[in-house]
Ligand binder design. Sequence first.
Ligand code: PLP
Length: 362
Amino acid sequence: MSAPIYLDHQATTPLAPEALQAMLPWLSGPESMGFANPHSMHRAGRAAAAAVEMAREQVASLLPKGGRVIFTSGATEAINQALRSVPRGPIAYSATEHSAVVNAAVATGAECTELPVDEQGLVDPEEEFPEGAGVVAVMQVNNEIGTIQPVARLAERAHEAGALFLCDAVQGAGKLAPPEGADLIAITAHKLYGPKGIGALWVRDGVAIGPLIEGGGQESGLRSGTLSPALCAGFGAAAALAKERMDIDFQHLSGLASRARSILARWTVNGSETARWPGNLSFRLPGLNFPRLLSDCRDIAFSAGSACGSGTGAPSRVLTAIGLEAKEARNSIRLGFGRYTTLEEVETACSALDAAARAQGC
Ligand code: PLP
């Protein structure tokens, strides 16, 4: 079986070779001390701790100044910790937030308000927030349609309303400048060419948060449990590389997106034409049968709506929030390009998808 053309970079990204190399010393067996517990006081433990701290700095370099990085298992944990540990009060979040935000907010038991989005997927930055809001959560880049939110202005408005601003920057971290003005930022390594199983919560200095779980008090008491130096080192190396390559990656993805759009010119783009991350293209075509397209194009890894929501049969919450009818949402696909995607892969995949759609009579 030949490897598929991978166009699902919003679901996850491949591990960068540089990140893998950074991880290997910390995955070795008894012949080296790479397996040592980074919380141990002996020399091997201190070496592992130094690798963790170097990674923390590399990750922090993707985030605003004036805050600290707490390592977590991923963005879902970071978002849960943020929402559960800040002062109580109504939580407002955009209608296109990831389920990690929506379900974590609802689980706090706080009053939850959904902020509407327009047909481009944008929250109006002048939107009224609920009276006494404790937290306003709006993501930086949407995982389904790639819309980039005006987070700096939204953070300013949240502060004027006396609320903290939480930004799920999972899809933007390492790709765009960090969200300005946020108090809490959640990111994850596996969307920026790092390993799965590690993420971070960034907390602005002066913002008090508490732990989600109790235990040995690691991460200054805010996230108990033994850290994995391998995961931290892989995350750090991926972050450093992303920072170094930010402009090159952006140019590369912009080129791929414009080629895809020219091949799929008869398809309609979902979301914003301009305020969008070029690595994400969500398209629809009237009458398109997604399961059939997926089966006809087995050598292309792409998705409908979001990877998390697909398979439930329900139309995408994000696509319906931007005003698409359930039918139009079901006629949609998401193509996600990445650093290692080639122009030839985009051309082959887009031509094959368009031909398979024509064969369906679309
Ligand atoms: N937020 C967004 C926008 C995402 O795309 C994802 C992953 O799909 C998450 C949060 C959850 O991240 P993690 O897999 O690290 O828990």
